[in-house]
Structures are given as C-alpha cells and as structure tokens.
Ligand binder design. Structure first.
Ligand SMILES: Nc1nc2c(ncn2[C@@H]2O[C@H](COP(=O)(O)OP(=O)(O)OP(=O)(O)O)[C@@H](O)[C@H]2O)c(=O)[nH]1
Length: 428
C-alpha cells in the first residue's frame, strides 16, 4: 500500500518509504512489488502523501486537531520546538529479510544468543515462581508441619499470607474459606491444610483468568488491526512484554506491527526496534516525536498492510504525574481517530515486586484509561507472588499474561491452577 511513495524521491534525511515491504501474513511472505497491491488513492491517502511530502506525518496533523490539546502539557521530548517536531520524519523499521514462517525468530542481522534447551511452560513457571514458592514453603513448613489444626495454627497461616503480599482483604477471605473447608471436610491434621489452602487460593484467583480473545483472521481486504495499548510506570516491563507478545502472537499465526510510542525514554525506541528485529516485525517510530502521533501512524500502516495486531508502547509514568496521565489519555483518543474501536485492549503492566502499591496503580490507571487487562511481570524476581490474590480481592481486572523472566518465551496467559500449583506445591 505504500507503493505510492515511490513516486517521490525522499530527502536525504528521510526514510525511503519505497523500501517498505509487506509483512508476512498467514505464514506466507508476500514478496510482490508494492505497486501491485496499491488500490486507487482515497482522499485520506492523498492527504497522507501531502502530509508526508511536507515532512509532516498526517498523524501529527490529526493529533493537532484534538480539541483539548490546549490543556495538554508540553511535549515530553527535550525538543519543545513544535515546528522542529513536525518535521520529524516517520521511521519505519521493516526487517530486511523477513522469515518465511513467522515462528522463526532468528534474524541473521541480530543472531540470538544460544539458548539453553527449551523448557516447557509448566517448568518455566515453576522455576520463575521458585522464590515465592521457597518463601511460602519455608514459612508454611511450621503450619503444615504436623500437629493439630488450632487457633495458633490459623494465626501462623495469617502471618504467612500477609508476608506474601496478599493484603488484608485476601488474607481474611482465605482464612475464612480455609476454615470452612476444614470443617466441611472434617480435617484435623495440619498437613492436610495444604490442599484446602490451594483450593481456596485457586477459587479466589480463578476470576482473574480471562485470556485475551483475538478476533478471527479475516480476509486481508476486510481486516482491521486489533490494537493493544500498553501502559504502566517506569521500568514495569512494557517494552519487554511487547517483545514477548510479538513472538507469542506470531506463533498463533498473527501478523504484528509495533508502535514505538515511548518517545520519552532515550533508549526505548532502539529497545523496541531490537525486539522488532528479533521477531521480524515492523516498528513504526519517530525520533523524539509525539507519542499519539507515532501510535496513529502505526495503526494507519497496519490498516494499509492488513496487519492483525498493533502493539503500542507508551512511556512510563506515575499515576501522580497528572500531566503525563493526560498525555496517555490523548494517545487513546488519537488512536480512536484512526480506528473508532481502538484501542481494543488497554493493558497495564505491573511489576510484581511493587507489592501492595500495585493496587493503587491499577485503580489509578483504570480510572484514567479504563483498563481491559493486566500483565504481571517479573514474578520471577519476587518472593511475594501473593500480589495476585490482593488484586483479586480488591480490584479484579483480568490478568491477561504473566511474566516470569527476561527471555522471549517467559510470558504466557495467566492460568490460575498452574499458578497456584507452582506457588504452593512443595519446593523441590
Ligand atoms: N526478571 C524479569 N525481568 C523483566 C521481566 N519483564 C521485564 N523485565 C526487565 O525489566 C527491565 C525494564 O523493562 P522494560 O521493558 O524496559 O520496562 P518499561 O516499562 O518499558 O520501561 P520504561 O520505558 O522506562 O517505562 C528490563 O531490564 C527487562 O529486561 C520479567 O518478567 N522478569
């Protein structure tokens, strides 16, 4: 669809958009010349070309027309000169040699370090949660260690749950539920408590298990992209999660495009471009441009190419930074300009290490954006995996995925049963 850009010779400092190739789709790389897939130009496309020829991505024009721009803070980039910003060329990083099959992730340009033998997800999850499991196991040794079930034992259990970051509400709920099960099942020995606790925790977490359902593949000409926007505080794991998801979706036969909407952190764009190369997917970015504009461009590019999924990165921000919360709301509004139903999914990425702070973050981002899901990252780095129980009792937003490591395969849909087993089974 971008073949029409061939008609213009790009300026020296611009990306030559004629080099853009279509993405792999449905496991098949379409190597046809761009001109062959060009439909007659619509008014919108003409406007796009005009905007591009003036060195001014159309997204910037759309972003500029958002009514409440006046209330917005100055742009995040160091460069606050609007004119200069408008001239920032759109960067489209398309991998030079897309893999024949989307599942192949090794790029000749950026060879992957040799990975150790692949583990199944259950083993990865268990290994990822080993800190939490060891903490639980050690603390619960006294509880499950034998003897009678009595009030002292319930008190000990209460302490273990609280020190595992489950929070007061979840702890009270679990204690009451365990008591109920003990009485129903007529349990009397402490070593029988483990099963009762596992069942209680599973029932508490089960409502969080609502996997993301992607739309069916449509014919390319009818297809609109499914847009996933990421939000979260600095360093929560947004960019890394996008990289992992890009691979995960490709293994499901979906084509993916990335939007480098974190235009604030110096290396975020390069970091996303690296993930793009590893996954052989296109990354749309602008050097220190406007986040909303980059995301808009990405959705336009995805529409033109019949891409299934757009993953939009955003800069990290604290909920207390009100001007930055306004900025991310603007990203959402500008995405809707390109595709009224977008973003179809707004995911908050939560670092599991932050403990009870997670509750405030979920509440604040939900209030600002209307969250549809969570990714709980870095569960491997904490001994307090109980945060999910706290979320389930206070702010039960679906946990779409959990991350248990920095590797590309260390992210999967949340499975309450597997999680409880990995957390509460006896440590190896
Ligand atoms: N151990 C572990 N590390 C992770 C996980 N997810 C992300 N990280 C690491 O956390 C660090 C921050 O991750 P990023 O993806 O850059 O975080 P971000 O939210 O995009 O950061 P900002 O752009 O600054 O807001 C990186 O070093 C990642 O490798 C995880 O599940 N486990």
């Amino acid at each position: 669809m971008f073949g029409f850009f061939k008609k213009k010779k790009p300026a020296a400092d611009e990306v030559d958009l004629s080099k853009i190739k279509p993405q792999p789709y449905d496991n098949e790389y379409r190597d046809d010349e761009p001109e062959e897939v060009v439909a007659p130009l619509t008014d919108k496309q003409k406007a796009y070309i005009d905007a591009h020829q003036s060195g001014n991505p159309i997204s910037q024009l759309v972003a500029d027309t958002i009514d409440d721009d006046a209330e917005l803070p100055p742009p995040l980039s160091d460069n606050t000169d609007n004119d200069t910003q408008k001239k920032k060329p759109l960067e489209v990083n398309t991998p030079a040699q897309p893999a024949a099959a989307p599942v192949a992730v090794n790029s000749p340009a950026t060879p992957e370090p040799a990975e150790p033998a692949k583990q199944g997800w259950a083993a990865r999850l268990k290994q990822g949660l080993s800190k939490s499991r060891n903490h639980m196991s050690k603390s619960l040794a006294g509880v499950f260690g034998g003897g009678k079930i009595d009030e002292d034992l319930y008190e000990e259990l209460e302490t273990v749950l609280l020190t595992s970051d489950m929070g007061i509400e979840a702890t009270e709920h679990l204690l009451a539920d365990v008591r109920r099960r003990v009485s129903l099942r007529g349990l009397s020995n402490a070593d029988e408590l483990r099963g009762a606790l596992k069942d209680s925790l599973y029932e508490l977490l089960k409502p969080l298990e609502k996997p993301l359902t992607l739309p069916e593949n449509h014919a390319p000409e009818n297809k609109t992209p499914f847009v996933i926007m990421m939000a979260g505080v600095n360093g929560a794991g947004k960019t890394t999660s996008i990289g992992k998801l890009a691979k995960y979706f490709q293994t499901q036969g979906k084509s993916v495009l990335l939007a480098a909407g974190d235009t604030f952190r110096a290396a975020a764009r390069e970091q996303l471009q690296q993930w793009g190369e590893r996954n052989h997917v296109t990354v749309i970015s602008q050097a220190s441009g406007d986040s909303a504009a980059v995301c808009f461009d990405a959705v336009e590019a995805a529409k033109a190419r019949g891409i299934d999924i757009v993953l939009a990165d955003t800069a990290g921000r604290l909920p207390t930074q009100l001007h930055l919360m306004e900025e991310i709301k603007k990203v959402k509004r500008v995405l809707q300009k390109s595709l009224p139903a977008a973003p179809h999914e707004i995911i908050l990425v939560l670092d599991a290490n932050i403990g009870q702070n997670a509750i405030n973050q979920v509440a604040a981002f939900d209030d600002a954006l209307g969250l549809t899901g969570l990714i709980v990252s870095k569960l491997d780095g904490t001994a307090k995996g109980g945060i999910l129980a706290a979320l389930a009792s206070t702010h039960p937003v679906p946990v779409r995925y959990i991350g248990v490591g920095e590797g590309i395969d260390d992210l999967r849909p949340f499975d309450a049963r597997a999680f409880v087993d990995a957390l509460l089974d006896e440590a190896a």
